[in-house]
Design a protein around this ligand. Structure first.
Ligand code: SF4
Length: 444
């Protein structure tokens, strides 16, 4: 770097150390990068620093905050720990903010639901107080239909359990693994593929010893080149836990890159602090897949969170689940995917909703997804068109679904259909059987 040129970074004091107890003999698990970070001389922070970075509050959230949280300071509202602590988790709390329909009331009064209710105050500010059919509200507020089991539905539709060699680790494809590091999310999506295992926040399943077992397994598999951290949501972990995991995985010689799957930048953008991005950028190449559902999620806070991640050099991709009466509409998808490009997120996958128990009311016919891709391709830039996939039930992996574009053959020409449905002919390359060239013929 040119002498005298410095990169600027927002000023933020170091985070509060968490109570995550790392066993004494595990200190050698820390990467040299992490140790270098620990050994850095103490920084003299300016006396007037913010304890949490400020986010520009969008208009809807501002109004909501004024009405429901008048006594909450900016500092508290922008603190992701405050947001987590004050999540809306039961009928009584929900009633304070929303007028509930009979259906919602009945569902919430049920003793046992498969998936708990959890909504951050920030995300609640984007929900409609009276309209139970508002798309965002339907993704987080339980519906009575969750209790009905439809055709072909199951608890583990992707057959992940059978590809789990050690607790919390799914090894399906030869060169990559899915590492489920927590069962906690800031919000619980009602259509979650892993609803069988997320939301049990008091379980001890995702503990340090199981992490070590998973890491030992990854070390024993030299064909694995990438690890996707998921859960639950890995960004609900403290900075210290997350850094321990990243640094530990980074020390495995055959791991070429890491990925994080998360919804936190959308439902809890305040988690994307400068301290977190400083940690993440120590472990490049690191990629992130962010779960977006609807254009109403693209607020100024979310834009700012994605900007911080992108400025930290993290390539951002999106994953969206196709959901009935929520986003199964060409115009809604156009708005979402082009909006994502504006905040530097590349639409990556559009998923057909997995047939988990009680998902009938969320699932669309497959032809709807193809119709949406047809309505996007050619009409907006290819960068904004994700791959539409079905994660095959039983563990078959992701299968892409494409609208038919090759429509026949005319002699040596291939007939193709463009986005307007017009037919074009492409002179196909004929494979001729020529004798192999030798070194001497090459120069003739
Ligand atoms: S954030 Fe992801 S893991 Fe958590 S509930 Fe939603 S879909 Fe499931």
């Amino acid at each position: 770097m040119e002498k005298g040129v410095f990169l600027t970074e927002e000023v933020e004091p170091p985070g509060i150390r968490c109570d995550f107890a790392v066993p004494e003999n595990s200190i050698n698990f820390y990467s040299t990068t992490y140790l270098r970070y620990q050994e850095k001389p103490a920084i003299n922070w300016p006396s007037k620093t913010r304890t949490t970075p400020a986010f520009k509050c969008n208009k809807k959230t501002k109004t909501f905050r004024k009405f429901f949280y008048p006594g909450v300071s900016n500092q508290e509202w922008n603190d992701w720990r405050w947001q987590l602590k004050n999540r809306i988790k039961n009928l009584f709390q929900l009633e304070r903010f929303f007028s509930l329909s009979e259906n919602e009331l009945k569902t919430l009064s049920f003793r046992r639901s498969l998936l708990p209710l959890s909504i951050t105050p920030y995300y609640a500010s984007l929900l409609d107080g009276t309209d139970q059919l508002q798309p965002l509200r339907r993704t987080v507020v339980p519906d009575i239909a969750e209790h009905f089991h439809g055709h072909g539905e199951s608890e583990d539709p992707l057959g992940e359990e059978k590809d789990t060699p050690v607790p919390g680790l799914v090894h399906r494809y030869p060169d990559r693994v899915l590492f489920l590091v927590t069962d906690t999310c800031s919000n619980y999506c009602r259509y979650c593929t892993r609803s069988r295992m997320v939301g049990n926040e008091n379980s001890n399943q995702f503990n340090f010893f199981n992490w070590q077992k998973a890491i030992a397994y990854i070390e024993s598999q030299p064909t694995v080149r990438d690890v996707l951290l998921s859960g639950g949501d890995p960004l609900t972990l403290s900075d210290e836990k997350l850094e321990w995991l990243l640094s530990r995985l980074r020390r495995i010689p055959h791991i070429e890159f890491l990925r994080i799957g998360t919804k936190v930048p959308v439902v809890l953008p305040h988690r994307i602090t400068p301290a977190l991005t400083r940690i993440l950028k120590r472990y490049h190449p690191l990629w992130m897949s962010i779960h977006f559902t609807h254009p109403e999620e693209l607020t100024s806070e979310v834009g700012q969170a994605c900007e911080r991640l992108a400025n930290a050099g993290i390539p951002l991709g999106s994953q969206t689940v196709l959901l009935k009466n929520i986003n199964d509409n060409i115009e809604v998808m156009k708005k979402l995917f082009t909006g994502l490009l504006r905040i530097r997120v590349r639409p990556y996958y559009l998923y057909q909703c997995d047939p988990i128990f009680g998902s009938e009311h969320f699932r669309t016919p497959v032809k709807k997804g193809i119709e949406i891709i047809k309505g996007l391709r050619g009409f907006i830039t290819g960068y904004a068109v994700p791959t539409y996939v079905i994660d095959a039930p039983g563990g078959g992996g992701k299968i892409p679904l494409l609208p038919e574009s090759v429509c026949g053959q005319d002699g040596d020409n291939v007939l193709l259909k463009n986005y307007k449905g017009e037919t074009f002919s492409y002179p196909d390359h004929k494979e001729e059987k020529k004798p192999a060239r030798t070194d001497s013929t090459l120069w003739q």
